[in-house]
Design a protein around this ligand. Structure first.
Ligand code: SF4
Length: 86
């Protein structure tokens, strides 16, 4: 195993650095069909709220386990908090 390489066996992220994984995630989000993706203004607003939330940890929401950049991009998703932030 490479020193410094983060591994998540459960999520099958073996062999990828966190930076590589986020680059792929960004590419995936950028290619989402506009039928499923929220408008950029809404996306930024959601991320701003996540950025100020105590449940955000390493880009993940502690309540749902999602990477918030992806969750916030999807029309069908909502903030999982009982007191919804978005
Ligand atoms: S999705 Fe909601 S609960 Fe999770 S980090 Fe964002 S604002 Fe917080």
């Amino acid at each position: 195993m490479t020193e410094g390489l983060r591994v998540c066996r459960k999520c099958l992220l073996r062999g990828e650095t966190e930076a590589e994984y986020f680059r792929k995630l960004e590419n995936y989000i950028a290619r989402l069909d506009e039928d499923v993706r929220v408008e950029q203004e809404i996306y930024e607003s959601r991320l701003e709220k996540c950025g100020q939330c105590i449940n955000l940890t390493n880009g993940m929401c502690r309540l749902c386990g999602c990477y918030v950049e992806l969750r916030a991009a999807l029309k069908v998703r909502k903030c999982p908090d009982m007191d919804r932030k978005w």
